[in-house]
Design a protein around this ligand. Sequence first.
Ligand SMILES: [Zn+2]
Length: 232
Amino acid sequence: MRLLYQFENGVEVYFTAKDDGDAKALVSEGIVEGELISRLGRQICLATARQFHSEIVNIVDCNSAGGADGELPDGDALVTRDADVGLGILVADCAPVALASREGVFAAVHAGWKGIYKGILPQTVRTMRSLGATEISAYVAPSIKSECYEFVGQELDKISEDLGSTVVGRTSWDTVSLDLLESIKQSLKIEGVSRIDASDDCTACGEGYFSYRARRSAERHLMVVVDRGGRR
Ligand SMILES: [Zn+2]
């Protein structure tokens, strides 16, 4: 697990890649939680969700974070203002999006084309605002890029109708593609989130990643968003 990004308010984004192994096992065996505790030097509980490419957002704290015998919430975004919770999202090609605000409200989102199509990002930003977030910044961790993401059909038409024609890209083999990162940027901009950083890495053609589209990987990466605290 490595530190990928730090927001100005102390919220950090961690990521497990291929050399860490399948993140589903790292989560279920408590390895991620253990590493967060040792990196931050205090108790952290890891919240995850039963993801299903929906637009459902869950507000979580340590009591609702699941744990060994707890039930996982259904949904594709996790929001909290609890500095004792790490928010974990599993991905392989879909974009993991981290969001943070000055007020200490932060979020982790599983954003594939279906979630974007259904409005997972606006739902997450609105939920953050309902908890007191004002100015929100975003970071997009490694995901499949436009040059590798062939995509056609009425879903693409609908996404480009909603978010603008810049979401339509070309693959490196010159067919129509979806620019997932551009659709995330446009979707967030509509909600007033304009400060968006992103990893340049493509999970399909980049070294060291699992890819569902390119290699039918069953393994997943994990993005964890956590508040290191003490800097606000
Ligand atoms: Zn690529």
